[in-house]
Write a protein that binds this ligand. Structure first.
Ligand code: IVH
Length: 680
């Protein structure tokens, strides 16, 4: 087909982009600012003009045209996206006192007293990171495990309140904007009515509906869902003069066309923060979206940087949660679950009860001490609490309703699964089965952990199938999974031939993974995803981790004496070595660690940061780590690079003396954009 005659005509291009800008402007007034300037009919007519134009000049159609919000190709799976700066979670406070403690803690830590806080509604949806390059939305990702999320760009583009292109002259050429995608309550009710009519799934609450809508492989379905997004922070951002105030940054985002929650306020002192919470609690039912609390953040970015982070949460922010929903029900019995590490957890079997829209049938009782403290017995009437995603728990017993002849609970002396002795070490609250890998429950849990989405991500290998594999003796440990053959799976109760084939495919696909996932999947005690990632980043290879000494392990972020010993103990055991060999022989591999499709260019390089820099140290550290580098605190012969900011002192001098490569603040952008240039 020949191209339309005028396709390259600059005049046409100009007409087209002016029309897009005009519609985007009115779209922003309507969807973001809730303050339309023109009647809906006029907006519709502009839109129709655009559609007609695009029909006539199809090769001019731009991916950031508002007509592209209708959804497009159907995907088979979401791609993974590694976050350059991790997406963190928040620590919680449940009372005024806990918020006051937060303020005290932070003031003790900082060199100057906190003046202003920003209080924001804690919107109940799902966190999304939007990446803009040269002002155009190029990628949107879910939070995932905080380090790696899923690429949901096609779905996010269907949300009208998210700009496809930034309408302003000045913005950073790389800009990541983070916030919460949610479903307004009205839209949620309408969706459920429609779902019911069509005999489709009913969503328990707006958060589930929003999350379900974003995880659609067919973006046309997402396009039909009423979603919105409130932005609340920045992620990876290229050099740009940003205000030193969080509130001002939000206002800047607003001027770039992003939607900022109207209830956000800049406050002075902690007293105002407490009042804000109580005010919002009263207003909660009148809001058009669901919230589960309030988030307080230090307004000063400089103070945020000084405060820093603990594990996966910032020290400079806290979430004050609304009280959790509670309900009364009967505790019918106490079951014992045996976990991957042999820990015995008592679980309350409940008469089903609805708490905040979700049916609850069991609740954790944690351990014997907890049961003794609450004096929980089978047959009791209990108050059950459920807060957001948290596992429901038994709050207390209603003693007045206790039936006669109840007996106090005590942990069994033998494992309910393998009958081995149960041991409880002195000073520990956990009772454990001593059966180790002899215990079927522990083996099953180990395999379930291995198959998990956040670990080896073996689609279709659910809990029930794993139980069956172990019960039938097909699989003893994770090493056996990859020897499964179609004829071995034939005739299994829960597995039709098609599902069996899919499972074998999924196993095959899972063989290409990442070192961090593999490490996490192995189930080394207390090595969660974050620690696994840190180990992978630091050492770069499995052999290096296997052979690492205690002292070396301690150099890794998040690794303390307990984890270091666990890692060493794990790799010492012959059984574990055999399983790992079996897995590697089956073909499990991981490519060199990659970020945004770039090989980790700074793998193994040791950096020291000194002096004052424009960007926060934590951000620079994260960027370096995501490129594979290691960041240490003191300069030595082993150091490869020293990043020197303003007023760098003795470390810089030492670096010069040792003849180390020094990187100045002005070179940082180049370092992150093209790290290879810095390697000889
Ligand atoms: S700030 C580093 N602000 O809460 C700080 N989070 O529990 C990261 N959320 O994953 C988050 N409203 O999904 C922040 N105004 C708000 C929020 C908010 C909702 C969610 C977000 C995050 C989770 C953390």
């Amino acid at each position: 087909m020949s191209k339309p005659k005028f396709s390259a005509d600059a005049h046409l291009q100009k007409v087209y982009s002016t029309l897009i800008d005009e519609i985007n402007y009115h779209g922003n007034r309507y969807y973001v600012l809730d303050d339309p300037e023109i009647p809906d009919t006029e907006y519709d007519s502009l839109f129709k003009t655009l559609l007609a134009f695009e029909l006539q000049y199809p090769d001019l159609v731009s991916s950031n045209s508002p007509t592209q919000r209708v959804g497009g190709d159907v995907l088979t799976a979401f791609k993974q996206v590694r976050h350059v700066i991790p997406m963190l979670s928040l620590n919680n406070a449940f009372s005024d006192d806990e918020v006051i403690d937060f303020a005290k803690r932070i003031n003790e830590r900082l060199s100057s007293e906190v003046q202003h806080y920003v209080a924001e509604p804690k919107v109940d949806g799902l966190a999304i990171s939007l990446r803009y390059e040269k002002g155009v939305l190029i990628q949107a990702a879910t939070r995932g495990d905080g380090t790696t999320g899923e690429d949901v760009t096609n779905n996010i583009k269907t949300i009208h309140s998210i700009p496809l292109k930034i309408v302003d002259k000045s913005y950073p050429s790389i800009l990541e904007v983070r916030g919460e995608v949610f479903m307004p309550i009205k839209g949620f009710s309408a969706l459920n009515i429609a779902q019911k009519k069509n005999n489709e799934k009913i969503f328990a609450n707006p958060r589930n509906a929003a999350a379900g809508s974003i995880r659609q492989l067919d973006s046309k379905i997402t396009a039909a869902r009423p979603l919105s997004m409130y932005c609340y922070s920045l992620g990876d951002t290229s050099e740009f003069e940003l205000p030193d105030s969080h509130y001002e940054r939000l206002m800047l985002l607003k001027s770039w066309g992003f939607s900022i929650c109207k209830e956000i306020e800049k406050l002075t002192g902690i007293e105002e923060c407490l009042n804000y919470y109580h005010g919002l609690e009263k207003k909660r039912d009148k809001l058009s979206y669901e919230i589960d609390g309030v988030v307080y953040k230090l307004d000063s970015i400089m103070q945020q940087e000084q405060a820093g982070y603990i594990a996966r949460a910032p020290r400079w922010a806290i979430a004050r949660k609304f009280p959790a929903a509670e309900a009364l029900t009967i505790l019918e019995g106490i079951d014992i679950q045996v976990g991957r590490t042999g820990a015995l957890t008592p679980v309350a079997r409940l008469k089903p009860v609805t708490v905040a829209g979700v049916t609850v049938t069991n609740a954790t009782l944690h351990n014997q001490d907890e049961i003794d403290r609450k004096d929980v017995r089978a047959g009791d009437s209990v108050i059950v609490r459920r807060a957001g995603d948290v596992i429901p728990e038994v709050v207390r017993v209603v003693l007045a309703k206790r039936p006669k002849n109840t007996t106090p609970f005590s942990m069994p002396e033998n494992c309910p699964v393998c009958k081995s002795d149960v041991v409880r070490l002195e000073g520990e609250s956990v009772s454990r089965c001593s059966g180790g890998l002899y215990c079927e429950a522990q083996r099953k849990e180990g395999i379930k952990h291995f198959a998990m989405r956040r670990a080896m991500d073996i689609d279709g290998l659910g809990d029930k199938i794993i139980d069956q594999f172990v019960d039938e003796g097909l699989v003893q440990d994770v090493g056996d999974l990859y020897s499964l053959k179609l004829d071995m799976l034939k005739g299994l109760e829960r597995l039709a031939e098609k599902s069996a084939q899919n499972l074998l495919h999924a196993l095959e696909n899972s063989k290409t993974t990442t070192l961090a996932r593999f490490l996490f999947a192995l189930g080394i005690r207390e090595v969660g995803e974050v620690t696994a990632q840190s180990l992978a980043n630091y050492f770069g290879g499995l052999d290096q981790i296997k052979n690492a000494t205690y002292e070396e392990l301690l150099l890794v972020d998040d690794v303390g004496p307990v984890v270091a010993n666990n890692v060493i103990a794990f790799f010492k055991q012959d059984h574990n070595k055999e399983v790992i060999d079996k897995l590697l022989a089956a073909g499990i591999t991981w490519p060199d660690i990659v970020v945004n499709n770039k090989k980790l260019a700074l793998s193994g390089k040791i950096f020291v940061i000194t002096g004052t820099l424009n960007e926060s140290r934590d951000i620079i550290k994260n960027k370096l780590r995501s490129l594979g580098a290691k960041v240490t605190g003191s300069v030595s012969k082993k150091t490869d690079f020293v990043i020197a900011g303003a007023e760098a002192g003795s470390k810089l001098q030492k670096a010069k003396k040792l003849g180390l490569r020094i990187i100045l603040a002005a070179e940082l952008n180049d370092l992150f954009n093209d790290p290879e240039r810095f390697l000889d």
